[in-house]
Design a protein around this ligand. Structure first.
Ligand SMILES: Nc1ncnc2c1ncn2[C@@H]1O[C@H](COP(=O)(O)OP(=O)(O)OP(=O)(O)O)[C@@H](O)[C@H]1O
Ligand SMILES: O=C(O)[C@@H](O)C(=O)CO
Length: 413
């Protein structure tokens, strides 16, 4: 019986969430998309990974409703709406509309949003999100290819896309432990600059039918659900066994951290750069060139990347349009993943949420079991296809340190 049903707006976000839930020893399963089959063999925490971060609100809401139906059929009475710890969204974005649709479906009039992930440098103070020391709108997120973040004040960002009022549980209120008395109907942004603040928020609202935000806040729920008798005893024994075999690193993230990671790994492993403009001119030819290159590599883990500097991304987008530039890159990286799997590759390290969505769909896996965490929020996950087990590590754009790719490969041994 599932105690906590979670819906994530992208695939790296879903594995991040699953990793933080699994830290508690809870049994966690991750579904890629809404399963077609009714819920059987379910875990106590189920995560449905969607690919809706950039989807129009109506489309996102429809997919989320389907996911909630599946989770409720699995027994879930509580829901967690997971989006990015950098609140990736636009004024037309779907974080607010999805939260409101979930509130209606769950019969509640309120939710608390806590995107903070202090372990990864994301903190909310007085409603403003900081990435490391920088306000969100001055951080590298201002150059995001799909949803550049231009306002650090989350109450404003959320209000622009919501119909219900948006309030703030400010840090003095959190520090005073006065959260429960401060909240009522509507959306609430919860300040949290430390893990302890997230604990305080969770202690006050863990029993609400709908909570929202990043993985770190969700990670505070299993122990409280367990104390209320809603989760079984925690056990570290559910880690899946890593499959042996060759690897590939696929990067479509253009985040500041991924750019460093690609540079570091490209210096020690063979690397193939894909270029959206060349792909748009001759997709079949470029993809064939990439496949030939891959087939010629005898390195245990080559790199294929589209990762580029902001000015190069802007130039490609100006020529092709943002959507098309993203789509041709995603299609090429998906083709690389498929070619690698067909050639027997068993381990896939993927950088970028949209990219991870494209790659996992190309690999046609529908369930991931959550293994060891490589870096905070990035676990190895084990799946199965007709050829046997395979492992994927889906890295959010800004997660991990500069040597993440080599560390992931080492952690797989
Ligand atoms: N050189 C490029 N020019 C234009 N678009 C690109 C280029 N390289 C990658 N892209 C596109 O940019 C988008 C990057 O989004 P993705 O979600 O994969 O990474 P991210 O936003 O850094 O990761 P996360 O969502 O986990 O933070 C993808 O759609 C990708 O196809
Ligand atoms: O919350 C985060 O930062 C990540 O899980 C994510 O969603 C990036 O795609």
């Amino acid at each position: 019986m599932t105690a906590l049903g979670c819906i994530a707006d992208d695939f790296t976000g879903a594995t991040d969430l699953a990793a933080l839930l699994a830290r508690s020893g809870a049994r966690v399963a991750l579904r890629i998309g809404v399963p077609a089959a009714p819920a059987t063999d379910t875990a106590e925490c189920e995560v449905v990974a969607l690919k809706i971060r950039s989807a129009p609100a109506a489309e996102a809401v429809a997919q989320v409703r389907a996911a909630l139906d599946w989770l409720q059929a699995a027994g879930a009475r509580r829901c967690y709406w997971k989006y990015c710890s950098t609140f990736d969204s636009t004024p037309q974005g779907n974080i607010g509309p999805v939260a409101e649709a979930l509130m209606a479906a769950l019969g509640t009039d309120r939710t608390l949003h806590a995107p903070s992930f202090p372990e990864n440098g994301r903190r909310v103070f007085m409603g403003n999100l900081f990435v490391g020391r920088q306000p969100l709108a001055e951080s590298p997120m201002k150059d995001h290819p799909l949803n550049p973040m231009t306002d650090s004040d989350l109450t404003r960002v959320l209000a622009a896309q919501s119909t219900l009022p948006v309030g703030l549980v400010d840090w003095p209120t959190v520090a005073a432990g006065a959260v429960r008395a401060a909240v009522g109907p509507g959306h609430w942004i919860g300040d949290a600059i430390s893990d302890g603040d997230l604990d305080t928020l969770a202690e006050a609202v863990w029993d609400w039918p709908l909570l929202s935000g990043g993985s770190a806040f969700a990670g505070k729920l299993p122990d409280r659900l367990r104390a209320a008798g809603l989760l079984g005893a925690g056990a570290a024994s559910n880690r899946p066994k890593m499959p042996a075999g060759r690897a590939i690193v696929l990067s479509g993230s253009c985040s500041a951290m991924t750019r460093q990671q690609v540079a570091a790994y490209g210096a020690v492993a063979p690397a193939f750069r894909i270029d959206p403009r060349a792909l748009a001119r001759d997709g079949a030819g470029e993809t064939a060139r990439m496949r030939d290159w891959l087939a010629a590599q005898d390195h245990p883990a080559p790199l294929v990347y589209a990762t580029a500097e902001p000015d190069q991304v802007r130039a490609a987008q100006a020529e092709l349009g943002t959507d098309r530039a993203g789509r041709v890159v995603e299609a090429a990286l998906a083709a690389a993943a498929r070619a690698a799997r067909d050639a027997g590759v068993a381990r896939f390290v993927v950088a970028g949420g949209e990219t991870s969505g494209a790659v996992t769909q190309a690999l046609a896996v529908d369930r991931l079991d959550i293994g060891a965490e490589i870096a905070p929020g990035v676990p190895w996950c084990v799946a199965r296809d007709a050829a046997g087990p395979l492992a994927v590590a889906l890295k959010s754009g800004n997660f991990g340190g500069p040597d993440f790719f080599a560390e992931a490969l080492a952690a797989a041994e």
